[in-house]
Design a protein. Structure first.
Length: 258
């Protein structure tokens, strides 16, 4: 595990408010609708999604998973905090899906959904652990009893073993320089990013995500009233271990009896 500077060194507490802006398609050009197809297919099968299900893609971003999810679940919706990504989602989805801007700590829905998906580490953003627990509680609240969920998270052990401290790459005429480190005190993986074009820096941003273990994620979801029924280390359905990049949790909201 690699230590780095203190969390405050270059990482904003509300980093998520700026990280997913209009440059996202440049910085993350590889996160395409086509690349999301096998991930969405895995979720659809793991959750046994039917055309009658009401589905929420929580933190839907540019809608790249929703494009595929909505083909089986036409009563789908997406929520994200970023106006820029929601604009791209509307372009990708062509009005076929309801898209809402909102904060995952306080979802503007009732217990309305049969299925909730949460892809690509769209969790653990907040420095206050109480706020991360709020997200789990909100996920549970908007699920109907008997509803199913999938949370696709990073594998903390894999991150610790493979984290590259620095990188530089080009994308669509931009140079992207990234620096990464693990804050062992707060248990977070951090990144700062600088984007340049024609030799001039046009953007600086940061990211920070909590390094939850599989056990911690299961416990947090359980405390919110959700039952994890299966875990996977990738979208092929392999078991979780340090060699695999993901911790994908599949489960349900129990039906109360009595």
């Amino acid at each position: 595990m690699q230590d780095g500077p203190a969390h405050s060194a270059g990482v904003e507490e509300d980093w998520y408010a700026r990280a997913f802006d209009a440059l996202y398609p440049v910085v993350y050009a590889h996160r395409t609708v086509e690349a999301a197809a096998p991930e969405a297919a895995f979720a659809l099968d793991a959750l046994r999604v039917s055309p009658q299900d009401r589905l929420l893609d929580l933190c839907c971003g540019n809608g790249r998973h929703l494009v595929h999810l909505a083909r089986r679940a036409p009563h789908a919706a997406g929520l994200d905090y970023s106006p820029d990504l929601l604009r791209l989602a509307r372009e990708n989805l062509g009005g076929a899906v309801s898209l809402v801007r909102g904060d995952m700590r306080s979802l503007p829905f009732s217990a309305a959904f049969d299925v909730v998906t949460n892809f690509f580490t769209s969790f653990g953003y907040f420095l206050d652990e109480g706020e991360n627990r709020m997200v789990a509680a909100e996920l549970a609240r908007v699920l109907r009893p008997g509803g199913r969920f999938l949370v696709d998270y990073l594998n903390a052990d894999h991150v610790a073993d493979t984290l590259a401290p620095a990188s530089e790459r080009e994308s669509q005429g931009h140079v992207i320089r990234e620096r990464r480190w693990i804050d062992t005190v707060l248990g977070r993986v951090n990144k700062t990013m600088e984007v340049s074009r024609d030799g001039a820096v046009i953007s600086r941003s940061s990211e920070s995500v909590r390094l939850y273990s599989e056990r911690e994620l299961v416990a947090m979801l359980a405390s919110a009233g959700l039952e994890v029924t299966a875990t996977h280390g990738n979208h092929d359905g392999d078991p979780v271990d340090a060699s695999r990049p993901r911790v994908i949790l599949v489960g349900r909201k129990p039906v109360e009896h009595g």
